[in-house]
Ligand binder design. Structure first.
Ligand SMILES: *Cc1c(COP(=O)(O)O)cnc(C)c1O
Length: 548
C-alpha cells in the first residue's frame, strides 16, 4: 500500500518550521538563537520539539521504536493532524461508527471534511460490511474506537484487522481505554499494517488528563508527516517534566482497583430494578435508566455529575458513568438507590417532604422475581405500579387512589414462566411494607369497609392483631381478567395477609368480573385508609370473624 498517495499535495510539499536547535542537536551550549529569556526559572527555554527524552521512555514502556511515536497535546491533536495530513477539504471524507467519540466529527468539521457515520448494532457490535459500504474513493480515514466511547465495548482485533486489510486508506484505531480492556492492544501488529495509526493517551489510565499528552503510533513514514505538520513546540516543558513522574507511577495497581470497582458498581447497579448496565471494557459504565434526563438532574442535585448520553444514536435512556474512587462509587450507588428507591434508603432521597415518618421500603429478590415496594402512609410521592402485568397494575393503582397512601410498586418477574411468582411476591412485599409502615400502630386494631360498586358489593375486614387468618369468598366466573388469571387475586391477598400478619377477610359478590376485582381492591384500600387515619375513620367491627 502506497501511503504517499494518501497524503495531501500541500503537505507533501510543505517545508516544515525548523529551529536552530534542530540543527545543533547538543544539550549544552550558549543558546542565543531563540530570543528566550536567559534567566533560568525552569521554563524560560523552549521545549524540545522532538520530545526525545519523553519518547524514549514511552518507547521503553510500549515496546515501540521512537521513530514510530508521535506525542501531542492530547490525542485530540493527533486526531486533528490525521485530517490535516490525509483529507483534502470538501473532497475527501472520513467514516466512523455511531455512537462514538465526538472529537472525530468535530475535527472533521473544523477541517471542512465530510464525516460519515455507521450505526452500530443494538448490542454495540460493529457490522464490518456496513462500515465498508459507507466508504468510497474519497474516503481517506476510518476511525475505530476500541473500547468505544460511550458504548464501553471493545472490537475484536480480528475485526479491526479485517478492516485494515480491506480498506485502502488510513485506519485510526483509538485505544484511549485499552488499559482497561480484556481485548489486547493492536500495538504489536503495527509493523504489519502500513495504514494503521493507533492512538493512546495519558489522560485515562495514566492519570494525567491535566497534562494534555496523547500518543499516536504508526509507521515511520506517517509519524514523519505528523512531525512535519504539528506545531513545533506542541508539548510544553512543564508537561514533559510531569510526564516523567506520571510514567513511573504504578499504573497497573490503579487499573486493578478500577477494574474491581467497575465489577462492583456494575453488579450493584444491575441489581436495582429498572437499570441495565452494558458490559464494559473501559473505566466507565453505560447505564440505561428509566428516564435519563430526570435521573441526570437528580444525580446533579446530589452533587454527582455523570454524562447524559441519551441523545446519542443507539443510546436512548443512557447515562455514562466514570468509575471513581471506592468512596465516590459508594456515593454514586447510594444516590442511584435513593432515587430509584432500592432497599434501605432515607425518604428524603426520594424527595419526600420533611416530616414524613410513616413509610417503609421493601426489596424482595428471589431467583424468580425482583420486587420493590415503597409506601408512605401520608402520601408524599407519586404512586406507580409497574409489574409487567397491565391488569394487575390497574388493580394495584386502586390502593393508593382510594387509601391516600403513596405507593410505588416495581416488579421484574419471570412472567415468561407465568404470573404466579410475580403476583405472589408483590403480595408478600406489599404486606411487609404495610406492616412496617403501620409500625407501632399495629395492635388490636380492627378495620373494615363495605363498598358497593355498580353491580358488585365488596367487604374487607382487617384485624392487625398479629394473628394470621385469611378468608376469601369472591366468586369469579371468568378464568382471566386482562393478563391476570382470576385465581391469582386470592393468592395475592393471601400472600399479603400472611406477610402483614393480620386477619384479612374478603368477601364480594356481583356479576361483572372486572368490577368484582376492582371493588375488592377498592374496599381493601378503604380499609387501609381507615387503618392509617384511624381517628377519623376507625370502625369497630363486631368481631374478626364477623361481617358488618
Ligand atoms: C478521553 C478520550 C481520548 C483522550 O483524549 P485526550 O485528548 O488525549 O485527553 C481519546 N479518545 C477517546 C475515545 C476518549 O474517550
Amino acid at each position: 500500500m502506497d501511503i504517499y498517495k494518501l497524503i495531501r499535495k500541500n503537505i507533501l510539499g510543505l517545508e516544515p518550521y525548523s529551529t536552530a536547535r534542530d540543527e545543533y542537536g547538543g544539550q549544552v551550549g550558549i543558546f542565543l538563537d531563540a530570543n528566550e529569556s536567559p534567566f533560568d526559572n525552569g521554563f524560560n527555554r523552549y521545549p524540545d520539539p522532538a520530545q526525545k527524552s519523553l519518547k524514549g521512555k514511552v518507547a521503553a514502556i510500549k515496546g515501540v521504536p521512537v521513530e514510530n511515536i508521535f506525542i501531542g497535546n492530547g490525542s485530540d491533536e493527533a486526531i486533528d493532524l490525521c485530517y490535516r495530513i490525509f483529507c483534502e477539504p470538501r473532497v475527501n471524507n472520513a467514516v466512523a461508527m455511531a455512537p462514538t467519540y465526538g472529537m472525530y466529527g468535530v475535527a472533521a468539521g473544523i477541517n471542512d471534511v465530510e464525516f460519515r457515520q455507521v450505526l452500530l448494532n443494538e448490542d454495540f457490535s460493529l457490522d464490518t460490511g456496513k462500515l465498508l459500504s459507507k466508504c468510497d474513493a474519497g474516503t481517506r480515514l476510518i476511525f475505530l474506537c476500541s473500547p468505544n466511547n460511550p458504548s464501553a465495548r471493545a472490537l475484536p482485533n480480528s475485526q479491526v484487522e479485517d478492516i485494515l486489510q480491506k480498506f485502502e486508506g488510513i485506519v485510526v484505531l483509538d485505544e484511549a481505554y485499552i488499559d482497561f480492556s480484556s481485548v489486547p492492544s493492536m500495538l504489536p501488529e503495527l509493523d504489519r499494517y502500513p495504514n494503521l495509526i493507533i492512538l493512546q493517551t495519558f489522560s485515562k489510565a495514566w492519570g494525567a488528563a491535566g497534562l494534555r499528552l496523547g500518543m499516536a503510533f504508526a509507521s515511520r513514514q506517517i509519524i514523519g508527516y505528523f512531525s512535519k505538520v504539528k506545531y513545533p513546540y506542541n508539548v510544553d516543558v512543564v508537561s514533559m517534566r510531569a510526564a516523567d513522574a506520571a510514567l513511573s507511577a504504578d499504573v497497573a495497581a490503579k487499573v486493578r482497583i478500577t477494574l474491581s470497582e467497575r465489577a462492583r458498581v456494575s453488579d450493584a447497579l444491575s441489581a436495582i430494578p429498572g437499570l441495565f448496565v452494558y458490559p464494559s471494557d473501559a473505566n466507565f459504565l453505560l447505564v440505561k435508566v428509566p428516564d435519563a434526563d430526570v435521573m441526570y438532574g437528580k444525580l446533579l442535585e446530589r452533587g454527582i455529575i455523570v454524562r447524559n448520553r441519551s441523545n446519542m444514536p443507539g443510546c436512548a435512556g443512557c447515562l455514562r458513568v466514570t468509575i471513581g474512587t471506592p468512596a465516590e462509587n459508594d456515593a454514586l450507588l447510594a444516590a442511584f438507590a435513593g432515587i430509584l428507591g432500592s432497599g434501605g434508603t432515607v425518604p428524603e432521597a426520594e424527595g419526600l417532604p420533611a416530616g414524613f415518618s410513616r413509610w417503609a421500603e421493601v426489596r424482595r429478590k428471589t431467583g424468580e422475581t425482583d420486587v420493590y415496594v415503597r409506601i408512605c402512609l401520608d402520601g408524599g410521592f407519586e404512586s406507580s405500579s409497574d409489574t409487567g402485568l397491565k391488569f394487575f397494575d390497574h388493580m394495584l393503582d386502586q390502593i393508593p387512589r382510594h387509601s391516600g397512601v403513596a405507593l410505588k410498586v416495581k416488579a421484574a418477574g419471570d412472567l415468561d414462566v407465568d404470573e404466579h411468582h410475580t403476583v405472589e411476591d408483590v403480595g408478600i412485599a406489599l404486606g411487609e411494607a404495610i406492616g412496617k409502615a403501620l409500625g407501632d400502630k399495629r395492635g388490636i386494631e380492627r378495620y373494615g369497609f363495605v363498598l358497593p360498586m355498580d353491580d358488585c358489593e365488596a367487604s374487607v375486614l382487617m384485624d392487625l392483631g398479629g394473628r394470621i387468618d385469611f378468608e376469601w369468598d369472591v366468586p369469579f366466573t371468568r378464568e382471566y381478567l386482562g393478563d391476570v388469571p382470576t385465581e391469582m387475586f386470592r393468592h395475592f391477598f393471601k400472600s399479603m395477609c400472611e406477610a402483614m400478619k393480620c386477619n384479612l377477610h374478603v368477601k364480594a359478590s356481583g356479576e361483572n368480573n372486572h368490577h368484582l376485582a376492582e371493588s375488592v381492591f377498592k374496599a381493601f384500600a378503604k380499609a387501609l385508609r381507615a387503618a392509617v387515619r384511624r381517628d377519623a375513620w376507625n370502625y369497630d367491627v363486631p368481631s374478626s370473624k364477623g361481617t358488618l
